[in-house]
Design a protein around this ligand. Structure first.
Ligand SMILES: *Cc1c(COP(=O)(O)O)cnc(C)c1O
Length: 403
């Protein structure tokens, strides 16, 4: 079922699923099967040759997974989507597809810690190099492009500093130079930002985060603008490297997706209130939230993002010791990596998600020991704020020395 006129909030629930093809089941059935029985040897031959549509083996496709893929392709305004067993499987698949030995990947100033780790591995094994740049003007992007640059890889907002990259600007320069643009859209969800509409070639998600939203699945999604190319990825890197999603995890994500728009509303509302509270706290140095009037790129945020999303980063006085002390004082807010769950989560990027990045490079990205990243959950904002207030007061008391 699909109707181009529907809003994304409606598509989340209905698109990609046809009751009549599934014994009229209202919700998507779980096809927990590894393989499919062909009606005849000839039918099997035709399915393998691509002459006939139909399932073959769940590494190449599964009906439950297909519903998720169709829904996400539509939500991200793409031609096709592939689902994976983790966000990193989506990242590694698209990078293996778009690069070959001796190519260069141009990256935004910060990227997810494991994406950084993967790029280091690709450099060590296949001499695929990478560099990080702010990508803030056409001149600076062009200066950073090398003769062997085949991919620009962007995260925006950048994790965990909430710095933004102007997608329209980067897409324009990438197009001019025939370079593929890949955008990690995990932080915004398909409701917050539409990179393919702005000119990106691929958008990917760690579906572990907002898309599933319930903290019980690890999965990834890759959406592209060229259907034939996406089919090629399905039948090469995805099939042969094999980082596919399980039907059960796809089923859980389909369940989670139905409430994405109502969940995002609460995540965003809570994050706004938390950011506003932190901005007035004396022990807090800086607050990083894209839709805050104090964010240096708030205009860009309002241009390319429908909302500021649910993540708030902030620095406090007193460095690592104070940051860790603060985390330990929290009662409601849980100390955990990941984001987009019902529970409000806090983490210390320098010693957790971004600890694999060498210290000097990490500091250049703005990830100091004073920085904390909070993922606003679905609780009532007042309870989260109260927990933060108590923890900040205790930390300020312990780490402020009066002479
Ligand atoms: C979590 C995350 C990833 C990796 O996804 P997994 O599902 O953990 O493999 C990639 N990019 C961003 C921005 C993330 O937050």
């Amino acid at each position: 079922m699909s109707n181009q006129n529907w809003m994304k909030e409606t598509k989340l629930i209905h698109t990609g699923y046809q009751h009549s093809e599934h014994k009229d089941a209202l919700t998507v059935p779980l096809y927990q099967t590894s393989t499919f029985a062909f009606p005849s040897a000839e039918a099997g031959e035709k399915r393998f040759s691509g002459e006939e549509d139909g399932m073959i083996y769940s590494r190449l496709g599964n009906p439950t997974v297909r519903v998720l893929e169709e829904k996400m392709a539509e939500l991200e305004n793409g031609a096709a989507c592939l689902a994976f067993g983790s966000g990193m499987a989506a990242v590694s698949t698209v990078l293996l597809h778009t690069t070959k030995a001796n190519d260069h990947v141009l990256c935004s100033r910060g990227i997810y810690g494991c994406t950084f780790g993967l790029l280091e591995l690709l450099e060590e094994k296949y001499s695929i190099t990478h560099t990080f740049h702010p990508l803030d003007t056409a001149d600076s992007i062009e200066a950073a492009i090398q003769p062997n640059t085949t991919v620009i890889y962007v995260e925006t907002p950048i994790n965990p500093t909430m710095e933004l990259v102007d997608l329209e600007l980067v897409a324009t320069v990438a197009k001019k130079h025939g370079i593929r643009l890949i955008v990690d859209n995990t932080f915004s969800s398909p409701l917050g930002q539409s990179p393919l509409q702005i000119g990106a070639d691929f958008v990917l998600h760690s579906a572990t985060k907002y898309i599933n939203g319930h903290g019980d699945v690890i999965a990834g999604l890759l959406i592209g603008t060229d259907e034939e190319e996406m089919l090629k990825i399905r039948m090469t890197v995805q099939k042969d490297v094999g980082g596919i999603i399980s039907p059960f995890d796809a089923w859980l994500i389909l369940r989670g997706l139905k409430t994405l728009s109502v969940r995002m509303e609460r995540h965003v509302k809570n994050a706004e209130k938390i950011a506003a509270f932190l901005e007035n706290e004396s022990f807090v140095e800086h607050v990083f939230y894209p839709y805050s009037d104090k964010h240096p790129q708030v205009e860009l945020a309002k241009k390319q993002m429908a909302f500021g999303s649910g993540l708030v980063s902030f620095t406090i006085k007193g460095g690592k010791e104070a940051a860790q002390y603060l985390m330990n004082q929290l009662e409601l807010v849980q100390i955990a990596v990941s984001l987009g769950d019902a529970e409000t989560l806090i983490q210390h990027p320098a010693t957790m998600t971004h600890s694999v990045i060498p210290e000097n490079q990490r500091e250049e990205m703005g990830i100091t020991h004073s920085l904390l990243r909070l993922s606003a959950g679905l609780e009532i904002a007042e309870d989260i704020v109260e927990d933060l207030r108590n923890a900040l007061q205790a930390t300020e008391k312990k780490f402020t020395f009066h002479s």
